[in-house]
Design a protein around this ligand. Sequence first.
Ligand SMILES: [Mn+2]
Length: 358
Amino acid sequence: MPHLKRVNALKEAAFEEGGFDGYLIFNGINQLYFLGFPGTSALLVPPDGEATLYVYSVNYEQAKAMGKGFNVELVKANENFLAKIAKKAVDCKIKKLAVDALGVQTWVNLIDELGGPKVEVNNSHIESLRLVKDEVEIGLMRRAGELTGEGMKAAFEVVKPGAKEFEVAAQIEYAMRSRGAGPTAFESIVASGQCSAFPHGGCSGREIREGDLVVVDIGATYQYYCSDMTRTFVVGKPSSKQQKIYDTVKVAQQKAFEAAKAGVSAADLDAVARKFITAAGFGQYFVHRLGHGVGLEVHEPPSMSSTNKNKLVAGCVVTDEPGIYVPGFGGVRIEDTLLMGLHGAERLTTGPYNLKPA
Ligand SMILES: [Mn+2]
């Protein structure tokens, strides 16, 4: 289902405030944001009238069926795609065209075809729109979060001595997909033993053993929207060092959650978690930023890093995922996806934080 409100919001931002009078969107995820279905090749937003979407014959019937409110143009295999767009841009009397992203050679060719209009690379208006999730997006992300929670429930059941990492991943992914999730938002991480100390520890055929730390980092998608969640388990009785690291990460994650609200900067939130972990003596082992934005992409703005001083706005969705990774020993990460509100944040991923599986 296309999102004409989002197209209108783009026109308001880019045309009325940004000085453009046309917007050409090539990035596939940006197209998905406006259209709600994949498979289109370009989207041209003119100053007046319907936006045009360009689609090859393989996806033409789907685009006609689903692209209500858009002018759907078939691009034939032997046709010059850029020339077709350029002609339309000129016909619409566009004088200053924004293009979101393009390879260098295609850019040169486009400029050649266009002739007159001034062209600028610009993605900031779409980025700002995508940063603040509307009600439809929040609904989908809520569902993606619930489905991810179902996957984590499965992890609680299947993480045990003798289980292989990829068997755990398979059970998690089955639990999510069998309840209506799309493909995973990223490759599931089930990293046990020493591999848990690698933040992107992957998922291998290693058998989980008694006493292992096991980092489980997973994300379902729901209608193209992503979610991101991590829990860490100890199989068997945790050692005092494992328990201490776990408790430190847990409190740091909770502190950042409690400080999270619109108007606080990403850097401030990163500092809340980092200060606590540093005071506990593990600062050197927290080797990544606090988190990242989530939406149609699992990693998108805003970056939740110490260098991002921008204030978070209500309606943005970010992760809160501090970690401690001790090489040769193991690692702990705890992550939830948060929806930022005016007075606080809401967890879109929920589920127990037990260190020990069921
Ligand atoms: Mn993450």
